[in-house]
Structure formats: C-alpha cells, structure tokens
Design a protein around this ligand. Structure first.
Ligand code: THU
Length: 143
C-alpha cells in the first residue's frame, strides 16, 4: 500500500470514529477497511448498557462488509482514543483478540495490512500475522 492509500484509509477511520456510540467507556474507536471488491467499509464501536453486548469498531466494519456480500479483507485502519482527545490521538488503538480472530476469518494473515494510527501521519503498519501468529482459520493462500 502506498502512503496516499494509507492516509486516505486513516482519514476514513477518523470519520467513522465520529459516529462512535460509547457513553460508558467514553473511548471512541473508528475503523475503515478495504474489502475484496475494492470498496471501503467503515465502522465504529457501539456500546450497550449491558456492557458485554458492545461491538468493537473493527467488527462493525467487518460485519457491514460481509453483510454486503464481501468475503475478503485486504487492509484495515483503526483509530481510537478518549472522547475529547484531539488529533493526534494520545495512543494507538490495537485490535482486541476477538477482532483479530474475526479479521482472520476473512483474510490471509500474511497479506492483511493492519494500520493503527494516531493521525494521518503518525501510524504503524502490521500484517495480521504479526498480531495473530499461528492462527486458526480458513485457507486463503491460493487467492
Ligand atoms: N474497542 C474497539 O472498538 N476495538 C477494539 O479493538 C478494542 C476496544 C472499543 C470497545 C469499547 O467500546 C471501547 O473500545 C473500550 O473498550
């Protein structure tokens, strides 16, 4: 991925973060992914008064894409921070374990690019295999 593509995906994750529904943690997360078709899907965290029913931003984006017929993810950018934080955000928001496994279901772990960002020019780039080594999931090595 070139720098410009990374920047624009981060931009969309920041935009998604604006929709975060997080009145319990006051921690707003946004994600934007590039699916197999090339389309971009955005997601935010959606909390619940019954805390365990909360959905993370990454899974919101993945589920939106899969429900629109996508079955593969090429890249995802994630941004997160306290509700009133300014950009650059104070830290990097890494995907939780459940989100890593959900991403694994729809990607080749050696190919999926995971970008965590504090701003458009402060980011880190990983593969899913970096974040979830020796994973269990479908075989996408032929695609
Ligand atoms: N959260 C995400 O959206 N993604 C993650 O990978 C980690 C955590 C959300 C869930 C909850 O709404 C808030 O961040 C605090 O945990």
């Amino acid at each position: 991925m070139d720098e410009q593509a990374i920047c624009s995906l981060i931009d969309m994750a920041l935009e998604a973060r604006e929709s975060s529904y997080s009145p319990y943690s006051n921690y707003k997360v946004g994600a934007a992914l590039i699916a197999g078709s090339g389309k971009i899907y955005k997601g935010c965290n959606i909390e619940n008064a019954s805390y365990g029913a909360t959905n993370c931003a990454e899974r919101t984006a993945v589920f939106k894409s899969v429900s629109e017929g996508e079955r593969f993810i090429n890249a995802i950018a994630i941004v997160g921070g306290p509700k009133d934080a300014e950009i650059p955000l104070p830290g990097f928001a890494f995907p939780c374990g459940i989100c890593r496994q959900v991403l694994r279901e729809f990607s080749d772990p050696d190919k999926l690019i995971v970008i965590v960002a504090r701003s458009k020019d402060d980011y880190k780039v990983y593969t899913l295999a970096d974040l979830l080594p020796d994973s269990f999931g479908p075989d996408f090595t032929d695609q």
